[in-house]
Ligand binder design. Structure first.
Ligand SMILES: Cc1cc2nc3c(=O)[nH]c(=O)nc-3n(C[C@H](O)[C@H](O)[C@H](O)COP(=O)(O)OP(=O)(O)OC[C@H]3O[C@@H](n4cnc5c(N)ncnc54)[C@H](O)[C@@H]3O)c2cc1C
Length: 465
């Protein structure tokens, strides 16, 4: 085999999706004091959906969105583009935490996914939305049984997964490493993530949302009947504030222990030729992920590149979010090796882009909410690597909470309860280190979880991407 590292020779150190001539110009910086009814902090999907839905619910509301850098530059513009109906970071996690609510959560998730599709159509957002579904594949014999259990759980929760044996899964996507799979045909769409973010920005502007980019919120305090948020050149006085700042330090100090930023990485190949694509089958264009604790997620772009991401999940001491963490050559080399082991037919293919980004991991792997300042400030975070779809649901909950309304969403136990926080450093780093090591070992030992992982399972604590 040719050294896989050679395939990285010309890879640009940039997220493929953001390296797009269609990237819009940033809106101006806020340079004065202003007022609004609703201030949204953060211009990723959480913030964009919150601003858009707020305007759709009440067109007379004065909504302002501020973004520290540019709309969609962070996780929302650099993710895998798997837009999933699951609100619970997968069925297994949902069942473990909210068994009594799972069927309801699955229904709400399916509705949420459909609402995203409807919004894309309504505003004519050009984001290569493909309702192809996604497969989970087994690459080790012990994982095959797990897939059958997953399909049975889906059946009990009102969803449907198609079980595929080794021949059937290889008839879909031909890798010699595939031993079986399940295909969720309805609950997942593939999307160009950056274009979705930019399209939501355009839709927000069309509805009259005011947007300022390169405008970081530096401070948030109570002010009269509302809230004052400071920015480098101005101040916003707002009736209500929605925080969608994801893996970045929360403006509310007490929220910081609930999430940690972990870095996830991805490669994008150059476009495959028709012959290369034919060599691996893949007619139906569904995404796929494998079933290990340290899993890969893989999909086609609309110009037939392969995005190959996942596996390593890197936490930096002190919960640091830094631009330099977006590049990690040792992870890219490992990913490249795994790519060619999975698709030996593609020997010689090269990678055009290599990048990483921060995920807001919480101990229950799915979004949680909180209110502060007498119900005037609401916060959503903790999507843990599955927020492309769930952020729209999160935005609806934020708006319900800020309106003080009891809805079918705010009545959910998942919404009412928060996860356990992470311990402070240095215990945090040590705990994450032991957990990572244990998860890698479980992958090597046919999935067997050691005492440490079993103890965390019993406490309902975890670490995932
Ligand atoms: C490499 C990678 C792959 C992923 N793949 C998938 C996938 O395939 N499917 C999936 O469902 N999920 C995936 N995710 C996760 C998904 O991208 C996120 O859950 C989702 O984008 C979160 O959106 P957000 O708006 O909450 O956060 P972000 O997109 O991170 O946006 C937060 C924004 O807040 C801004 N901000 C922060 N602090 C301030 C402040 N003080 N003032 C003003 N602005 C501020 C930031 O600049 C940023 O733009 C992936 C993530 C990564 C990194």
């Amino acid at each position: 085999m040719v050294d896989p590292v050679r395939s990285l020779q010309d890879a640009k150190p940039l997220p493929f999706w953001l390296d797009d001539p269609g990237r819009p110009q940033a809106a101006s910086t806020l340079v004065s004091d202003t007022r609004c009814d609703l201030l949204v902090v953060g211009g990723g999907y959480t913030g964009l959906w919150t601003a858009l839905i707020a305007k759709e619910r009440d067109p007379s509301l004065d909504v302002l969105l501020i973004e520290a850098q540019e709309i969609g530059w962070a996780a929302s513009g650099r993710n895998g583009g798997f837009c999933e109906s699951s609100l619970t970071h997968g069925l297994g996690n949902g069942y473990q935490r909210w068994p009594g609510e799972l069927a309801r959560l699955e229904q709400l998730g399916a509705r949420n996914l459909q609402a995203i599709e409807n919004t894309i159509k309504r505003y004519g957002i050009d984001c290569s939305w493909e309702r192809t579904g996604s497969m989970t594949v087994a690459t080790e014999p012990y994982q095959v049984e797990g897939l059958h259990e997953l399909a049975a759980l889906a059946g009990r929760s009102g969803s449907q997964l198609t079980v595929l044996d080794a021949d059937a899964v290889r008839a879909e996507i031909d890798s010699p490493t595939f031993l079986g799979g399940v295909w969720d045909r309805h609950g997942v769409a593939m999307v160009n993530p950056a274009r979705l973010a930019w399209g939501l920005k355009k839709a927000c502007l069309e509805l009259g949302v005011r947007i300022h980019e390169h405008t970081r919120a530096t401070d948030l305090v109570r002010s009269g009947a509302g809230i004052a948020v400071r920015t480098p050149y101005g101040q916003v006085r707002a009736g209500r504030v929605a925080l969608g700042t994801n893996a970045f330090p929360s403006l509310l100090r007490r929220h910081r222990p609930y999430t940690v930023p972990v870095y996830d990485y991805a490669l994008m190949t150059e476009p495959l030729t028709d012959q290369q694509l034919a060599s691996i089958g893949w007619r139906n264009r569904q995404g796929f992920a494998d079933s290990a604790n340290h899993f890969h997620y893989v999909r086609l772009s609309d110009d037939n590149r392969i995005l190959w991401g996942g596996y390593d999940v890197i936490y930096h001491y002190g919960a640091r979010v830094r631009a330099e963490h977006d590049q990690r050559p040792q992870t890219f080399a490992v990913l490249a090796r795994h790519f060619f082991e999975t698709f030996p037919q593609l020997a010689g293919v090269r990678f055009s882009h290599a990048w990483g980004g921060a995920i807001d991991t919480c101990t229950r792997f799915s979004v949680f909410f909180d209110l502060s300042h007498g119900g005037k400030v609401a916060y959503a975070a903790g999507y843990t690597g599955l927020g492309v779809g769930a952020t729209r649901f999160g935005a609806e909950v934020l708006l319900d909470l800020l309106a003080g309304e009891r809805t079918e969403r705010t009545a959910l136990e998942m919404v009412r309860r928060k996860p356990l926080p992470f311990p402070p450093e240095p215990i945090r780093s040590a705990g994450i280190g032991i957990t990572q090591w244990s998860l890698a070992r479980a992958d090597e030992r046919a999935g067997r979880r050691n005492l440490w992982l079993r103890s965390l399972d019993r406490l309902g604590l975890g670490f995932d991407s």
